[in-house]
Ligand binder design. Structure first.
Ligand code: GSH
Length: 283
C-alpha cells in the first residue's frame, strides 16, 4: 500500500492510499478517515461509503462534512473509488459519465471487455475490508452507506450480507436499477441482456424476495427537488417492496433538497448517529 496523502482534520486523520488490487487487476485508490480515539489504542468500527456516478474516493471526503461527527462518535469512514481505473481498463465507447470509468455500479461484470477489471462487488465486500482490517486499528463492526449509484450499492450489499454490516443507509439511492435508464444501461453492459442476471444487484428485487432471519435497519434520505427522482431513483418502489416484505425501513423525504452533496452534508450527521447506535448495540 502506498500512502498518497495525510491530513489532520477534526482531530482525526484523512488519508489516501493506492494499492494493487487482485480483484480488479489494477491499482485502486481509497480514502480513510480515522478518528482521534485510535490514538488511545482503541479499535474503531468502520462505515463504508459508496459514492455515485462520476465520483472517486474524494467527493465524499471533501464535500460531505462528516469528519467532526465521525470523530466525536469514534467511527472510521472508508471511501473506495467507484470503478477500476487505468490505461488498460475499458471505458464506455462514448466515454459517457454513466457507464465505465467512474460508474462501476458495484457489480461483478460478466461481459467482455468489462469482466476483466469491473469486479467492484467483490472488491468492496471482500478485498477492501480485508485490507482495512489488516492495516488499520479497526474492529470487525461494519456499516454501509452511499449516494445514488452508491446508495444502490449500499442497499444491495447490505441486504445480501446481513451478517457483515450492522446497519445500512443511503442518500438518493437508485433502488430499482433494472427499471431505470442508468441501471438498464449499466446492467446490460456489465451483466448482459438477460434480466434474471440483474436481480442479484437490484435492491427492490432483493427486498421483494428477502427471506433471511436478520433484518438490519435501513435508513434512506431523499430530497424532493432531486432532478433524478422520477426517472432514475424511484424510492417509493423500494418502500412498497419493504412494506410487502414486512421489513421495517425509514424513508425520509426533505422539501427543496436536490441530488447534490449539499443535501448529503445536511443530513450526514444523522446517518453517522444512526450507524453508531447500531454499532453500540452490538458491543
Ligand atoms: N454528471 C451528471 C450527474 C452526475 C451526478 O450527479 N453525480 C453525483 C452522483 S450520481 C455526484 O455525486 N457527483 C459528484 C459531486 O457532486 O461531487 C449530470 O450532470 O447529469
Amino acid at each position: 500500500m502506498e500512502l498518497i496523502s495525510s491530513n489532520k482534520v477534526s482531530n482525526g486523520w484523512h488519508k489516501r492510499y493506492k494499492h494493487s488490487s487482485q480483484t480488479t487487476q489494477c491499482d485502486m485508490t481509497f480514502a480513510i478517515f480515522l478518528p482521534e480515539t485510535v490514538n488511545e489504542g482503541k479499535k474503531v468500527p468502520v462505515l463504508y461509503w459508496l459514492s455515485g456516478l462520476t465520483c472517486s474516493d474524494e467527493n465524499f471526503m471533501q464535500k460531505a462534512g462528516a469528519f467532526k461527527k465521525a470523530n466525536e462518535l469514534g467511527i472510521a469512514i472508508v471511501a473506495p473509488d467507484t470503478s477500476p481505473r487505468g490505461e488498460d481498463v475499458a471505458d464506455d465507447e462514448n466515454a459517457s459519465y454513466d457507464f465505465g470509468l467512474g460508474a462501476g455500479f458495484y457489480v461483478n461484470a460478466t461481459q467482455a471487455p468489462y469482466n476483466k477489471h469491473y469486479q467492484m462487488y467483490d472488491y468492496v465486500t471482500q478485498e477492501l475490508p480485508e485490507l482495512i482490517e489488516a492495516h488499520f486499528p479497526v474492529n470487525n463492526q461494519k456499516a454501509i452507506s452511499g449516494h445514488s449509484m452508491g446508495g444502490h450499492g449500499a442497499l444491495v450489499i447490505g441486504l445480501r450480507n446481513p451478517d457483515m454490516y450492522t446497519s445500512i443507509s443511503a442518500f438518493s439511492p437508485i433502488v430499482n436499477p433494472s427499471n431505470c435508464p442508468w441501471g438498464e444501461k449499466a446492467f446490460s453492459g456489465y451483466l448482459g441482456d438477460e434480466p434474471q442476471h440483474w436481480q442479484q444487484y437490484d435492491a427492490t428485487v432483493l427486498m421483494t424476495n428477502y427471506d433471511q432471519p436478520v433484518k438490519r435497519p435501513i435508513l434512506i434520505e431523499q430530497g424532493t427537488e432531486d432532478q433524478f427522482l422520477e426517472a432514475q431513483l424511484k424510492p417509493w418502489l423500494f418502500k412498497e417492496a419493504a412494506e410487502n416484505a414486512s421489513y421495517p425501513i425509514t424513508l425520509n423525504t426533505h422539501d427543496g433538497y436536490d441530488h447534490s452533496y449539499f443535501f448529503i452534508s445536511s443530513f450526514i450527521d444523522e446517518h453517522l448517529a444512526f450507524h453508531h447506535r447500531h454499532f453500540v448495540s452490538r458491543d
